[in-house]
Design a protein around this ligand. Structure first.
Ligand SMILES: [Zn+2]
Length: 66
């Protein structure tokens, strides 16, 4: 189930990108996404408080394409 959009950080190359926050097997965990830059498959949502605050304001404007 889609919970919204969040900022993900690639642990391999450090690239930050916005992606859908999907439930992982109906748990509170987020499904890992692939990095659009290097292809690393286990990018998790950023744990930075700054990114978390940005995500709160992004929800309405994300559809304009990133
Ligand atoms: Zn990457």
């Amino acid at each position: 189930m889609l919970r919204g959009y969040r900022t993900f950080t690639c642990p391999k190359c450090g690239h930050k990108f916005v992606g859908p926050d999907m439930e992982l097997r109906a748990t509170v965990d987020t499904m890992p996404l692939s990095c659009p830059k290097c292809g690393h498959e286990k990018c998790m949502p950023s744990t930075s408080i700054v990114d978390a605050i940005k995500d709160c304001f992004k929800v309405g404007s994300i559809k304009s394409g990133m």
